[in-house]
Structures are given as structure tokens and as C-alpha cells.
Design a protein around this ligand. Structure first.
Ligand SMILES: [Zn+2]
Length: 133
């Protein structure tokens, strides 16, 4: 929104106005120097605006370049960290069968009344309904 006009437009307009002013003076020496100064001043202002916009754009480009570089570095770090996590998870998965499988498997207990096998996690016998606790 702030950059409605390209800096090149200002530079072009500035050089055009200044060029016209100089050309007018060069062709018609009777022209008043005030008019020439007026046009030269306008041209100079346009050139200044164009240069300012050019510099601002260059600074923005540099900042965006730095940001991109930082994102790339951060992304690279993220990639390596996720890779490390994946390696860690893989090693944990390799260790798990030895440690956790006997613990995680529910033990089977026999019902005290009917002798039906029940999981130790259940509160009542699935067959006769007697409390296992
Ligand atoms: Zn039972």
C-alpha cells in the first residue's frame, strides 16, 4: 500500500523533468532561469524520492534475505532435531520388547468359585459373576 509507485517511476520522472528543464534551457536561452530551476527542483525531488524508495527496497531485500537465511538455519536445526527424535524413538522401540511386554500383558487368574480364567484387571468373573477382588 505504501509502495504504490515503483522507485523506478520516480527516478524516471525525475530524470525526465530534469532533462526537459536542461533541454529547454539548452535550446532556448531566453527561457527564464526560474522556470529551469523550478523544473530542476521538481526533477531533483523526484530523483530523491526514487533513490529513497530504492534504498528502502534494498534494505527490505536485505532484511528478507536475512530472515530467509534464519528460517533456513532454523529449519535445518528442526530437521536434525526431528531426525534425532526419530532415532531415539527407534532405539526405544528396539528396547521395548525386552522390558515392557511381560508387564503390559494382563495376568490370567482363576475364579475362586468356578475356576474360569479371568484377567487380573477385571473385577468380576466373566462366567459366574463372582467378585474377583
Ligand atoms: Zn467364576
Amino acid at each position: 500500500m505504501g509502495q504504490s509507485l515503483h522507485y523506478g517511476v520516480y527516478l524516471l520522472a525525475g530524470f525526465l523533468v530534469a532533462g526537459v528543464a536542461l533541454a529547454t534551457v539548452g535550446l532556448d536561452t531566453t527561457d527564464t532561469p526560474e522556470a529551469m530551476l523550478f523544473f530542476a527542483a521538481i526533477g531533483g525531488v523526484f530523483i530523491l524520492i526514487g533513490l529513497t524508495k530504492f534504498i528502502i527496497k534494498k534494505m527490505k531485500d536485505v532484511k528478507e534475505g536475512e530472515r530467509e537465511l534464519r528460517n533456513k538455519i532454523a529449519g535445518g536445526m528442526l530437521d536434525s532435531s526431528t531426525r534425532q527424535q526419530a532415532v531415539m524413538q527407534r532405539s526405544q522401540q528396539q528396547n521395548r520388547p525386552h522390558q515392557s511386554s511381560p508387564q503390559n500383558r494382563p495376568q490370567v487368574i482363576r475364579c475362586s468359585r468356578c475356576g474360569a480364567p479371568n484377567y487380573s484387571t477385571s473385577n468380576f468373573c466373566h462366567k459366574c459373576g463372582v467378585s474377583l477382588r
